[in-house]
Structure formats: structure tokens, C-alpha cells
Design a protein around this ligand. Structure first.
Ligand code: LLP
Length: 421
């Protein structure tokens, strides 16, 4: 459920007509609903009710300060994967003890900063990383709380580029080696093992892979405890999928996911952490764009928009489907025709949809890409020197620009000429 509905024939973000935002900030722009973000966070928080838990928002999905602050004020922790994300989380007021640090390539500098500010835990991905964390911790005179990410060799049944829990993926350590690696961790002076971490992939629309992975985590918890390790926390990752189409998809709900967690690991008495990103932000955001031209090709019609692959990369990168709807509600029974919806970038990959049935839309009309809140703005680039799309947040009948569109001058001034030119 989201808060982007047609009211009196016009698509709104909560109580604000999108056309009003377009008139103020220009197009294209991303817009987020506070109510949807809040609702989605709350669904996870409620789903884990009754167990000690922390919902650590995977901020890679959408990391604007306003989004982070909205979630942090609700009590969210953060899952970060870089020094930049860590700095953003701290800037949004999230204390170190609500931040988990994931990722296969944490640098010494990143580890140093996070440790000096009291990080909740590092989710360690390899033995070389473990050694570095221990060294940095010892040099600071502290002990680093860690979990070790295990790779359970489970097929997440999602797009290959976002599956992470198979043995051929770069993530985690093979579960078969877990006891040996935990023993090694326990022998390092700068580390304190606090738990186990697992994340098997993103956009999972079936609970079965989670169930397989979490059962393996439960068995491992018992084995590691028998080996003498104190396993008090389980970080179960993110990955729950969202519906990208209005009609035929019904992925499992957070409440079902919560019940699964209770069923598989609830008896262990551990504190539970989860790292959802997409389900919190995905359907809380739209990308709004204007039609530039209708163009007739050889046996096809093209709808050319002012948004392009650099603004929303998912269709080009993962063949992802996004609903694209006119901002003025189509009349009931409006005639649909198949169009290719494309952007202005000079590549054929700059195609959002092929042969998509659309009601009539014309130059100047606004269209909205649904489900664009996660992995939208954060993956944008300035390819073709197209300015990064601004971001807007809506709260009831108010809206605010939460990241302005840079001017061409600002973009150009970031370059510097070497002295010989
Ligand atoms: N935790 C870890 C360690 C992760 O690697 C990820 C996502 C998450 C949590 C959050 O997963 P979520 O709940 O959002 O599914 N750019 C791709 C998605 C990449 C996901 C990477 N890792 C896309 O646009 O589909």
C-alpha cells in the first residue's frame, strides 16, 4: 500500500498534486511519501513485536538525509556499506550503537572511524577483514563487536545480479567453514563475536529461501554455542520483495516474514536485526517525468520522456519493470496503445518499457514511474551531463525539496583544469 492516489482526476503524493510539485521544481524529480515510509517501517517493527529487535534500514536503497531522519525518528537503526553511508547516517542523528556496518570491502579508515564512534557491530565478510578490524580495534584500545556473515548456499530465486547467498557469490564465508572461522575470530584480541549475519539477496518474492537460510542459521547458532561462542544477536539481512505491478503480484507481507523469523530462530533467545531497504523505500517513491515527444518509428510508436536511464537505471540494468502512469487520470475506457517508452540518452538501452500499453499522452503531459523510491535516486548518474534529479518529500499537504537540482554551472565547476591547460 502507498500514498500515491488519484484524487479528483489528478495523481497526488499524499495530499499534494504532483502537477503542483512539477510546476515548482521542474521535471524530472523524485518524490517520497512520509506516510508510506513510516507505514513500511512500522510494518517490520510490528512484525518483530515480542522479540528484542532492531530494524536497520538498508540505506543503500535511498539515502537522502530527510529519509534517514524520518526513519531514525521512528527508532530505526541503519545498515551501512561505506564510509559515505556511515557519515550520512551519523549526520542524520543516528548514534553509532544503532548502525551495523556491512560490505565485503571495508577499508582501514572506515573501520577506524566507525570504531572510534562506537559502532554497534561490523558484519564481517572474510578472514583478512577480521584481522584488520582486530588490529585497528587494538590500536584504539577497544574491542570490536562483530558478527560473521555466512553464505548459506541458498538460491534466492531472484535476478542473478542481486542474488548474494549462493556459494559462487562474493559474499560471506561458506557455512561449511563457519566453525573454523568463528574459532579464529575468538582468538583475535581486538574482536568480540556477538552473533551471526546472513543476507541472501534482494527482491525475494517467496519466503522459502529465507526459511532455508534461517534454519541453517538456527542450527549454526546451536553449534557455535556448543563450541563456546556467545551468540546473542542474529542479523537476518534484508531482501523482502515488493509488488512492482498493481495487478498480479502478491509478495509475502512483513507480518508473514516476521512470523517466519519467530518460527525459525525465535526459540534461540537472540536479539534480531533485519536490514530491509526496498520494502521500506520502494513504494514510497515515484519518479515524475514529462513527455517531450511522441515519435512514430518503423511500425512502432515511441514516447520520449525527459527522464532517462541515468535517472532510473533499473530497467536498463536489470530489465526491471516499473509501472508508468499518466499524472492526469485517464478516462475510464480510454483507448490503450502499445508504445516504447524511452529517454533522451544516446543509447538503445535507454528504454524504460517496450510495447507497453498506455492511454494517450502528449508532449507536456506528466507521467509517474511507480515503485521508484528504492534504488532510484541513489543509482542515478550525470551521464550525458544530465543534472542529478532533485528529490522532494511530501508530508500531508506540505512538500519540501530535500535535494535541489544542480545547475549546469555547479556541475561544470566541479571539474578543475590542470595547470598546463
Ligand atoms: N543487507 C545487505 C547486506 C544487502 O546487500 C542489501 C541489498 C540489503 C540488506 C537490502 O536489501 P533489500 O531489502 O533492499 O532487498 N540495486 C538493486 C538492488 C541491490 C541490492 C543490494 N543489497 C536493484 O535495483 O534491484
Amino acid at each position: 500500500m502507498d500514498h500515491f492516489l488519484y484524487k479528483s482526476g489528478a495523481l497526488h503524493a499524499e495530499d499534494v498534486p504532483l502537477a503542483e510539485i512539477a510546476a515548482t521544481v521542474g521535471t524530472p524529480f523524485y518524490v517520497y511519501s512520509t506516510a508510506t515510509l513510516t507505514r513500511h517501517f512500522q510494518l517490520f517493527d510490528d512484525a518483530l513485536d515480542g522479540m528484542p529487535h532492531l530494524v536497520c534500514y538498508a540505506m543503500k536503497a535511498a539515502s537522502n538525509q530527510a529519509i534517514l531522519k524520518t526513519l531514525a525518528d521512528l527508532g530505526a537503526g541503519m545498515d551501512v556499506v561505506s564510509g559515505g553511508e556511515y557519515a550520512r547516517a551519523r549526520a542524520a542523528g543516528v548514534p553509532g550503537d544503532r548502525i551495523v556496518f556491512s560490505g565485503v570491502g571495508k577499508t582501514k579508515e572506515e573501520i577506524h572511524t566507525a570504531l572510534s564512534e562506537g559502532i554497534r557491530q561490523f558484519n564481517v565478510e572474510s578472514e583478512p577483514e577480521m584481522a584488520v578490524i582486530s588490529q585497528v580495534a587494538s590500536s584504539l584500545g577497544v574491542v570490536a563487536p562483530i558478527t560473521i556473515r555466512i553464505n548459506p548456499d541458498v538460491d534466492a530465486k531472484t535476478h542473478a545480479k542481486i542474488a548474494t547467498g549462493k556459494s559462487e557469490n562474493k559474499f560471506g564465508i561458506p557455512i561449511a567453514r563457519a566453525r573454523e572461522v568463528y574459532a579464529h575470530a575468538a582468538s583475535l584480541p581486538g574482536l568480540k563475536v556477538v552473533g551471526i549475519d546472513v543476507h541472501i539477496g534482494s527482491q525475494l518474492t517467496d519466503l522459502m529461501p529465507f526459511e532455508l537460510a534461517y534454519n541453517k542459521v538456527a542450527d549454526l547458532t546451536e553449534q557455535l554455542r556448543a563450541d563456546g561462542h556467545e551468540i546473542s544477536r542474529l542479523d537476518l539481512g534484508g531482501g523482502l520483495g515488493i509488488p512492482y505491478t498493481r495487478s498480479n503480484e502478491a509478495p509475502p507481507l512483513p507480518v508473514d516474514y516476521g512470523a517466519l523469523i519467530k518460527r525459525t530462530v525465535g526459540h534461540l533467545g537472540c536479539e534480531i536485526e533485519i536490514e530491509p531497504g526496498r520494502l521500506i523505500a520502494g513504494n514510497a517513491g515515484l519518479l515524475v517525468s514529462r513527455v517531450i515527444y511522441n515519435k512514430s518509428g518503423e511500425g512502432r510508436e515511441f514516447l520520449i520522456l525527459d527522464a532517462a536511464m541515468n535517472d532510473l537505471l533499473r530497467p536498463a540494468m536489470y530489465d526491471a519493470y516499473h509501472d508508468i502512469v499518466p499524472v492526469v487520470e485517464p478516462e475510464a475506457g480510454a483507448e490503450m496503445s502499445d508504445v516504447d517508452i524511452v529517454g533522451p540518452v544516446c543509447e538503445s538501452g535507454d528504454t524504460f518499457a517496450k510495447q507497453r500499453p498506455m492511454p494517450p499522452v502528449f508532449p507536456g503531459d506528466l507521467v509517474a514511474f511507480r515503485s521508484a523510491g528504492a534504488y532510484g535516486a541513489v543509482m542515478a548518474s550525470e551521464y550525458n551531463t544530465r543534472a542529478l534529479v532533485p528529490e522532494v518529500m511530501v508530508h500531508g499537504d506540505q512538500f519540501a525539496v530535500i535535494r535541489a537540482r544542480p545547475t549546469f554551472d555547479e556541475i561544470i565547476k566541479r571539474d578543475t583544469l590542470p595547470e598546463w591547460l
